[in-house]
Design a protein around this ligand. Sequence first.
Ligand code: AFP
Length: 334
Amino acid sequence: MTHQVTLTQFIIEQQRGLPDASGTFTLLLNNIVTACKQISHRVNCGALIGVLGSAESENIQGEVQKKLDIITNDIMVKALDWSGSLGGMASEEINDPIKIPKQYPKGKYLVLFDPLDGSSNIDINLTVGTIFSILRCREGVEPETEDFLRKGTEQVCAGFVLYGPSTMLVLTTGNGVNAFTLDQDVGEFILTHCNMKIPEESSEFAINMSNQRFWEPPVKRYIDECVAGVDGPRGKDFNMRWVASLVAEVYRILTRGGVFLYPHDLRDPSKPGKLRLMYEANPMAFIIEQAGGLCSTGRERILDLKPSSIHQRVPLILGSKSEVERIVGYHQQD
Ligand code: AFP
């Protein structure tokens, strides 16, 4: 029988190479993974346990919350607050950073998460996921919002768990991207995709075409050229996908290349994009770059952005290197 590498073994072996590793990071990651296994179970059971549908409340972004948005947020918080590895947390679902309860020790990391990305897909049984980003925390301080507002380049780890036909964890600690598949019988994530690399060239794009009239000229130009196919300037046909679940789109791009755009939108000047910098764009940018791709607003590298607020939205363009470079080039010529 071939030896299977569990996530725990993988992380412990990676940490062994680091002189200062105390085991705190391994514990933190283990707790995140435990929460994601619980979420996977709830998502899997769906209507059987009455977790589908709307909660009839709104989150800080003014979006109607699903019951599972609230349940999964609570699962993440409860799995992490006691551990002693965190100075604080921030969730896409909660207005202000979440403090560690007084009875628990504080630790040297901060976690930011979107507990259920793509939740508007949950009632139609499509892939959803949990996205997380880990930063270092100044020790001995009660972190304020400002402590979370750090550039994506400062992330020490980013990952997402995909609740699809299989439950999968995609992870980077800045040393490549690896993916693990949950063995549901054993309850362990097993390393199944080593050192993932995004194909440089591809003929697949993902964008919500219903927003076409609000796009800026560089994005219009890029998509027009793709749609023109073999008869247009690109001289080849393109394929289009839109799952409306970032985790699923990013996993597809990691696997077979392509580009994803949720671009700058002229609809509402107060919202330069739809997706959130701290919970979606930064962790995905870290993963995409580690897999050889690029991630940009069209004008700036995502990982170089200095966040202005914890729920900041940004335009997001990510995927195969040559396609993102082309789109950035169109923005420069604009
Ligand atoms: P929800 O979590 O509200 O379903 O939003 C998902 C998401 O943030 C991201 O995962 C998708 O790529 C994007 O929004 C889809 O947006 P549209 O519904 O506007 O196409």
